[in-house]
Design a protein around this ligand. Structure first.
Ligand SMILES: C[S@@+](CC[C@H](N)C(=O)[O-])C[C@H]1O[C@@H](n2cnc3c(N)ncnc32)[C@H](O)[C@@H]1O
Length: 263
């Protein structure tokens, strides 16, 4: 498990919270499930996406799990998610009985799992027949992650870019195969594109190097000289607009499927 990568809810908010909210909202719109459903948010982290479930889907109830107690503490502090049940858990071995939910999702989690197929099967198990199982993840292999420019700059220096442990699990075909293998029906995939905008280079650098995800942790361990070299290379990779802003597009893949009725 990689919960040690994401243990600081506040730092995660600065690194990814704002992008995950925009992408998460687009994912929920595409999912388009009725109101008043019982939701499971597996790998909820600091609750950024959980908040979106409350604000967009009018859920009847939300349960959320994550391996990181520190992230959960931040999630519990959000006023919008106060009625959610947050508990420690692993998406590959969910601490819930069969058919406990109407909708089971994982937002930006699948590439952190050693066994994504197990998580798909577990989500199917805990969702009732006729319910929905879905996930979305930045397209790491295709260069869609908001931190892709940082990875590209590191590679161009001949340095190893830090990727999540299972980047290929975020591919559109891999997601489709995983959902079909879990026995889900009406499986569909989608590409979610979002603009990523920073007020200036300093905002971009300080946000993308927060020592919370794989890249940030790696950069945190670099010498001052290495950081300076990387910063200069990154400056070349992502030219600023006339007003100083840094803007590019991030993209994620999403998959959804229905649990067969009567199963
Ligand atoms: C990039 S964060 C996404 C958080 C949140 N879902 C969001 O959309 O903002 C990835 C999360 O996956 C969690 N995670 C890692 N391994 C996991 C596992 N085996 N089961 C469930 N969650 C896991 C991490 O603790 C982290 O909170």
């Amino acid at each position: 498990m990689n919960q040690q990568l994401f243990t600081d809810g506040k730092a995660y908010e600065r690194l990814m919270g704002r992008w995950s909210r925009v992408a998460g909202a687009a994912f929920l719109d595409w999912l388009d499930v009725p109101k008043a459903m019982r939701w499971l948010d597996a790998g909820c982290g600091n609750g950024a996406f959980t908040e979106e479930i409350f604000s967009r889907c009018a859920p009847a109830a939300v349960s959320a799990i994550d391996p990181s107690e520190e992230q959960l503490a931040y999630a519990r502090s959000r006023p919008a998610t106060r009625t959610a049940e947050f508990r420690v858990g692993d998406a590959q071995s969910l601490p819930f009985a069969d058919d406990s939910f109407d909708v089971g999702i994982m937002a930006l989690v699948i590439s952190f799992l050693p066994e994504p197929d197990k998580a798909a099967a577990e989500l199917r198990r805990v969702v009732r027949g006729g319910g929905w199982v879905a996930t979305y993840m930045w397209d790491f292999a295709g260069g869609g992650s908001p931190v892709y420019p940082l990875n590209k700059a590191m590679k161009s220096l001949g340095w190893d870019a830090a990727l999540p442990p299972n980047p290929m699990a975020s591919g559109r075909q891999a997601m489709q195969a995983s959902w079909e293998k879990a026995g889900l029906e009406f499986v569909e995939t989608e590409v979610i594109r979002i603009p990523v905008v920073f007020s200036d280079f300093e905002d971009f650098w300080s946000s993308t190097t927060m020592p919370v995800g794989p890249q940030g942790k790696l950069i945190d361990r670099m010498s001052a000289d290495e950081k300076k070299t990387l910063c200069a290379r990154l400056h070349d990779e992502v030219p600023a607009a006339a007003d100083g802003r840094i803007a590019y597009e991030a993209f994620a893949n999403a998959v959804k499927g229905r649990v067969p009725s009567g199963s």
